[in-house]
Design a protein around this ligand. Sequence first.
Ligand SMILES: [Zn+2]
Length: 256
Amino acid sequence: MSMNRAPKLPQGFVSDPDDHRIQEQSDSCHEAARRRFLRLAGAGALMSLMAKVGSELSFPESVFAQSTLTPDAALADLMAGNERFVTRRITSDAQDLAILKQNNAEKQEPFAAVLSCADSRVPVELVFDQTIGHIFVTRVAGNVATSEIIASLEYGVAVLGTKVILVMGHAGCGAVKATIQGAEVPGQISALYPHIQPAVDQAGNNLEAATKANAKIQAALLGESSTVVKGLVKEGKLKVAAAYYDIATGNVMLLN
Ligand SMILES: [Zn+2]
């Protein structure tokens, strides 16, 4: 249960805010994680090698030491959180206090990653009744899988060990609506259009249908364009799913 997933203190860790060894340990943890990520995702030669080995790619076990959930269990936990949100039985507000009390900010153990729209009506942690350190969230208008978003999610799965990536579109999405209309817009807003247009081409001008198609297309794109994601999915260590958030009811519907 989520109540039991408050970040745990590392072995031998003393929760003393004045103990500078904590910060040193934290720094070294982060540095080690950063180096692992650079080793995994790093230089061109390595990336070429990763592309060649493709689905046979594997990572050191230590990378996946944080969350022990299976991908299916991680997705089920997310959906259970949404059920609590919909039925107004939220528990994450109580967890916040516990985490602050433990002064446990030096480490993150997110079990899931979510790619959602930037829309203010989609507060991701709240929608899934999750609190600090539980979900790794990337947000961009239209929840599109750009290179920067993919890079962020690769960090989430390869270094932090998230077990599921949920790509979530939502009702009344302005980015999808604007793409359907194709109207002139100020600044660089139209830069989103090419990412969303394939969904409009596929589903037509119905906003809900195009938004659902877009979530599925972006999820598929993640699996196709990221060797990191693709390899882990094939190994059964990661699941990528698409979903649609109904703003009026608060309900998240899985699409695949
Ligand atoms: Zn939106």
